[in-house]
Write a protein that binds this ligand. Sequence first.
Ligand code: C5P
Length: 222
Amino acid sequence: FGDRVLAGLSVVVSAGPTYEDIDPVRFIGNRSSGKMGFAVAEAAARAGAQVTLVAGPVTLATPHGIGKRIDVRSAAQMHAAVADAATQADIYIGAAAVGDYRPNTVAEHKLKKQHGTDLTLQLAENPDILASLSSRQGHPFLVGFAAETQNVESYARDKLQRKGLDMIAANQVGDGMGFETADNAITLYWADGSAELARADKAVLARQLVEHIAKRYKAVRG
Ligand code: C5P
């Protein structure tokens, strides 16, 4: 992998979960570790790209070669950081597990337990970061991820279309793969093709993914 296939290109990668605060001590989160996104950011940097990494709350060190890291917590913060960074990017890779909903209001003080009654949280829909980019004039080449537990291909192809993406990396969650694990297996889909990246360490997969992105980017934008 000596090839600097992304030399001269600017790449934004989002990674990790988002946390949606309920009150000062509680939040709604998800099980994304950020490992895949960080591996992709590192692989893109190794391939010669200038990389901005927008990271949700993770406990990972910044990989070598990353130009800029922006730490965020909520989906709204991630949206703002990505929207800003992506205005000058050639490629955006959305590897973050963005929360689909956030509490309608964030309580100023810790919510007190009300004995003997159920608690209902009202949730508001978060903006779709990827989809919002695709509606912009001159938007970057867009790569999404789809973590599915079933019907992987049909859900992934549906997302590719609906979100206006150039490429989507789909993986089946479960069987010791996906969230919180070192290994993954990915199928890449684009408008008129697909590629299987067999089960491997996330660093290995990230390098293969970057090669496919570079190839496809050059085919449609180069
Ligand atoms: O729809 P779903 O969440 O499965 O789609 C996953 C892809 O969409 C990921 O690339 C994720 O980063 C992106 N996404 C986003 N904004 C959201 C939800 C998902 O950019 N609010």
